[in-house]
Write a protein that binds this ligand. Structure first.
Ligand code: BGC
Length: 824
């Protein structure tokens, strides 16, 4: 490919306009005449899904963002990035749409699990290492969603109002740090507005901050369908509209709105530069998939946070006499949150399977589900057989509806899931602009128990579900708007109930019409889809009692609770911090019945724990990727010593969270009223005890931090401490450095995290841990009266500890002069 300047001279105006938008969902435009290739992009933050959303190739799934950050392990995150880069090569993907470095303002945020932290420094550093790892492989990373996309409610239009100081110190900071440290190839501009203006149209954010102050030279792309204008967005510098084909940047619109050729050139330049950087990749390199599985397990192990361990209940002996594994997450594989972060995983592990594998043959093992968790009926793809006897579902695609006599399918494929989103389905028999077509999904289900079954079906389009030709669910003639599909476009889940006999084979057939057939008035270019499934109809009281009775009979209970990708997902925020359904009742009942309960929680963000005093041990295991079952089992039995630390404060109740009064959307507006006091900075300032503090996590050993030294070297503060393992097993500790100004003129947090390092130590071993911290970054705050960063001449305190509320040692240093600064 020629140099960008030369290409700009060669390209016709029509070709330039084509380059300003995607070609399709996952590709940029190619201009073969000038050897300009198309580059391919793929979600997402915790793995690489590939360029097919529908029926894609399986991938390694790493723990969700909050879990990755909880590892507090920079080197491991770098490795994770490298492996994502390698996976991208396997899938012929040039650019990964991630990491997500928005801020966890509230436990309710639908995509909180995907982001890293409430703390901008932790978030910015984890982002930097992941990007560095990805880009080492010559794959580009795309930071998202820039900026203040910290909730799902009204995400496409919400106007975020906040002080300039919190904008700078909290929300822009992770992006600023990551751009400075790792120069990501691209930045995805969020859907929302800030201070009344779409970010995608804001010159003061894009030009003044990103380009002029931060000197960023990567490509700015829109979030999917997030370009709202032609001229305004191009003038502001939103370089690439995604996906394609264009909606806002047709030749006619560009001519009509008189977008200048200089502006077109300026935007095309960044697209071409990105394509040029992406060209460096070698897609022919041999990749060993098994590398990433070992790292996925290590990250899984290191992300798990041990919250409670009374009487050293954990690690548990592998030879206990009897154990019950109970709970809605015991047999589930909660590898990831929902929405665009979801991947078809290479394989699945579950807590029950991995725990069973570790227990001795002599141990008596029992199981009860106790209660249900899923918001909707679960995916039953793995339990189905298609028309040809293969596992899965047959999908027969037609141009005509089922009322057409003798219609013939233009394509038949096998699917391994019953959650079918045809987002980017393509077929040689289907013209690209034909949104209307029909699909018949056929599969066979053989129950392993005689019972009444609950079927569910939601759709974007229309769907009728038949069991042995009996219409059980009509989601066609009348439809109710719900939050199905992660853009919250589809219907509610309609239900149907039927008695089924053990061992009998039942045909499940869905007659589906694509999006244009919907009766909700949804007008979208995608084909839509259908989610269906079934499960034994719950008997809530009976299920609960069975679990409680079982708990009475065994020595130990491992209780697997939490949330799932249906509760934490793109498109919707949670409405409560409580566990769903009968989960709390189950926990209380089981803990009353048995004194030795080990509770495993899986969620991407905090949940309320009204029963916190009851279980002997509490393990928080996030959405743990492919290896979640193995990592949970490793920690329970001590094959891995837990070393994860909370990447957010865990409040006692939702009302304690600083964003409580200002979360969501009030007629399209949200006020970030907690200002810079996000997360622990609020709890510390108002002296409110959370349930578990930021940075907290137990180990099976103990550490001692001593011998603090603080020196200055050039523009850096050099902090060293000694860390000793004073227990009797090997383990890793996260040493955290917080800094505070002694006599601030502005109201400032009690302290801010400014660096961290993880160190592994054998029993009795001592290591010196060193931090080099930029004095400018560590001391500055945003001075709103002069619109600059300011570092005051003052004394600053240094706190070193293993949690925000467990500071072992402290010291001070002084700055010699007050100074202000703007550019990085
Ligand atoms: C999400 C992005 C994602 C894109 C493509 C959007 O809905 O907000 O994070 O990368 O879809 O899947």
């Amino acid at each position: 490919m020629l140099e960008t300047d030369k290409l700009l001279k060669e390209l016709t105006i029509d070709e330039k306009i084509n380059l300003l938008a995607g070609y399709d969902f996952w590709h940029t435009y190619a201009i073969p005449r000038l050897d300009i290739p198309s580059i391919s992009v793929s979600d997402g933050p915790n793995g690489v899904r590939g360029v097919k959303f529908f029926n894609g190739e399986p991938s390694t799934c790493f723990p969700c963002g909050t879990g990755l950050a909880a590892s507090f392990n920079k080197e491991l995150i770098l490795k994770c990035g490298e492996l994502m880069g390698k996976e991208a090569k396997l899938k012929k993907v040039n650019l990964i749409l991630g990491p997500t470095c928005n801020i966890l303002r509230s436990p309710l945020g639908g995509r909180g699990f995907e982001s890293y932290s409430e703390d901008p420094y932790l978030s910015g550093i984890i982002t930097s290492y992941l990007v560095e790892g990805i880009q080492k492989e010559n794959i580009l990373a795309c930071l998202k969603h820039f900026v203040c996309n910290d909730q799902e409610k009204d995400r496409k239009i919400v106007n975020v109002k906040l002080t300039d100081r919190s904008f700078r110190e909290v929300y822009l900071k992770p992006f600023q740090l990551a751009i400075k440290n790792s120069n990501p190839g691209s930045l995805m501009i969020a859907y929302n507005k800030v201070q009344g203006e779409y970010i995608s149209e804001s010159k003061s954010i894009i030009q003044d901050i990103v380009r002029d102050e931060w000197k960023y030279d990567g490509c700015l792309m829109s979030d999917w369908f997030g370009t709202n204008s032609a001229k305004k967005a191009l003038d502001a510098g939103l370089n690439l509209e995604m996906p394609g084909p264009t909606i806002q940047r047709t030749k006619a619109q560009i001519d009509d709105e008189k977008v200048s050729e200089d502006v077109i050139n300026e935007n095309v330049k960044y697209v071409l530069d990105m394509v040029k950087k992406a060209e460096k990749v070698n897609f022919d390199e041999e990749i060993d998939e098994s590398d990433s599985l070992a790292v996925a397990r290590q990250i899984g192990d290191e992300s798990i946070v041990l919250l409670k361990n009374d009487e050293k209940t954990l690690p548990l002996s592998k030879n206990v006499k009897s154990i019950a594994i109970i709970g809605p997450n015991a047999k589930a594989s909660q590898e990831s949150g929902g929405g665009s972060a979801t991947l078809p995983t290479r394989y699945k592990t579950t807590p029950i399977q991995s725990i069973k594998e570790k227990l001795s043959k002599a141990t008596e093992i029992f199981y009860e589900q106790g209660c249900q968790l899923d918001k909707n009926v679960p995916d039953i793809g793995p339990l189905l057989i298609d028309e040809f006897g293969k596992p899965g579902v047959s999908a027969n695609f037609y141009h005509e509806p089922e009322t057409t006599k003798d219609r013939k399918p233009f394509e038949t494929i096998n699917l391994n899931t019953s959650q079918i989103f045809l987002a980017d389905f393509k077929s040689p028999q289907l013209p690209v602009d034909q949104a209307l077509y029909y699909v018949e999904f056929i599969s066979y289900f053989t129950p392993d128990e005689t019972a009444e079954y609950e079927f569910g079906c939601s759709t974007l389009g229309t769907a009728e579900l038949f069991v042995n030709d009996r219409l059980l669910i009509d989601n066609k003639t009348k439809q109710v708007k719900g939050d199905a599909f992660f853009l919250a476009m589809g219907t509610i889940e309609e239900k149907g109930y039927i008695h089924l006999n053990k061992g009998e084979k039942y045909q499940i057939k869905i007659l589906f019409g694509t999006t244009p057939t919907n009766k909700l008035g949804i007008n979208r270019a995608e084909s839509g889809g259908v989610y269906f499934g079934c499960r034994k109809r719950a008997k809530p009281e009976e299920d609960l009692q069975k679990a409680i009775e079982l708990s009475k009979k065994v020595d130990y209970v491992i209780l697997c609770v939490g949330l799932s990708k249906e509760w934490e997902t793109e498109g919707t925020d949670r409405t409560t911090m409580n566990l769903p359904g009968n989960s709390n009742k189950l926990i209380e009942g089981v803990c009353q019945a048995n004194k030795n309960v080990i509770l495993i929680n899986q969620s991407g963000t905090p949940i309320t724990m009204p029963w916190v005093n009851l279980p002997k041990a509490i393990v928080h295991a996030w959405y743990g990727g492919n290896e979640l079952g193995n990592s949970i089992a490793n920690v329970i039995f001590g094959d891995a010593n837990p070393s994860g630390k909370l990447s957010m404060t865990w409040p006692k109740k939702l009302e304690d969270n600083p964003s409580y009064l200002h979360f969501g959307s009030n007629n399209g507006q949200v006020w970030y009223g907690e200002d810079v006091f996000v997360g622990y900075k609020y709890y510390e300032k108002v002296n409110l005890k959370p349930l578990y503090p930021f940075g907290f996590g137990l180990s099976y050993t103990e550490f001692e931090i001593s011998n603090l030294n603080i020196n200055k070297k050039d523009d850096n503060l050099v902090v060293t401490v000694d860390v000793k393992n004073i227990g009797d097993v090997e383990g890793s500790e996260v040493v955290q450095v917080y800094i505070a100004q002694s006599n601030p003129k502005e109201v400032r947090p009690v302290k801010d995290l400014k660096d961290f390092n993880k160190v592994n130590l054998k029993p009795n071993e001592t290591k010196s841990v060193k931090f080099e911290i930029s004095i400018k970054e560590a001391t500055s705050y945003w001075n709103e009266s002069i619109n600059k960063w300011q570092s005051d001449k003052d004394e600053f305190k240094v706190f070193v500890g293993n949690s925000s509320d467990n500071i072992s040692i402290g010291g001070t240093f002084n700055t010699e002069a007050t100074f202000t600064w703007l550019s990085v």
